[in-house]
Design a protein around this ligand. Sequence first.
Ligand SMILES: [Fe+2]
Ligand SMILES: [Fe+2]
Length: 341
Amino acid sequence: MKILIVDDNEINVILLEEVLKEKGYETYSFLNPLEALKSLETNQYDLAFIDYMMPEMNGVELIKKIKEKDKEIICIMVTAVNSNETKLEALKVGANEFLSKPIDTAEIIIRVENSEKVIKSNKILKDYSHTLEKEVKEATKKLMAAEYETLSALSNVAEYRDEDTHLHTKRVAFYSNIIAQKAGLDEETKDLLFYAAPLHDIGKIGIADNILLKPGKLTDEEFEIMKTHTIIGYDMLKDFPNNKYLKAGAEVAITHHEKFNGRGYPYGLKGDEIDIKGQIVAIADVFDALTSVRPYKKAWPVEKAFNLIEEELGQQFNPFFGQIFLDNKDEVLEIYNKYKD
Ligand SMILES: [Fe+2]
Ligand SMILES: [Fe+2]
């Protein structure tokens, strides 16, 4: 234990030092409270004996200042003044104990030993709460990882029946993420979008094979059925109030085919009526569909797909997000090349 002694009376200091050193404690003594305070900048003490009557600063003020710098130091005020008022004042600023003058050496030892016990149990408590905190963090991390795995499994499910769109959901998530990052969306929305985007087509599970996997162009009637994948996806994900990713997935599923000008489906929502995540996924989804091979079409060259996005700014797509997508072609192409089918 490192013990600080502050007393303007040298004899008291010597007395305390002797008693404490004999018991093997390290002592640091100051006759001047200001110097003692200064030493706190470079030294850490466990315990402090503070005299009450000192010329530069009384013991109460000093304890107050010490506690401001390090509230863990146990402060014992040494005083000949037996006024309750002074003691109350000292307690208020954080004094832990009192030692009356003239000093009794046996009492010093008992006080120090008691304090040592308190310090030790405080340390154990502190270590324990650190360990607990660490464990909670670990457990939360594991839970999050498990949640992300469930979401990935769900997006695998979404992809599985639709072999031609293998990796499609992944690319859509990454393209969407580029827009969200550059648009400066808040962390929460970016996170939700990244994990919800792969779920946009999950409703396709509910579409019959003869329509979903039809190699040619869909008839009007078939296309009407195909459109319901938005509502099916929403219905699948909407009722899990404790899982914000599923809720976001539901929002993306129902809005990713809406168009900025109101000509999309299923509801013909316009502009800001469309969930912001859906507006972003719409751009990523169309770009990826265009640049991928589908049963009924070849893959478009990327430049042609970029041109279409540009033409549709303010029409099919939110012009702000669409422009961001176009302004970051390098990053888009990086994803395009990295996750090629
Ligand atoms: Fe879709
Ligand atoms: Fe899609």
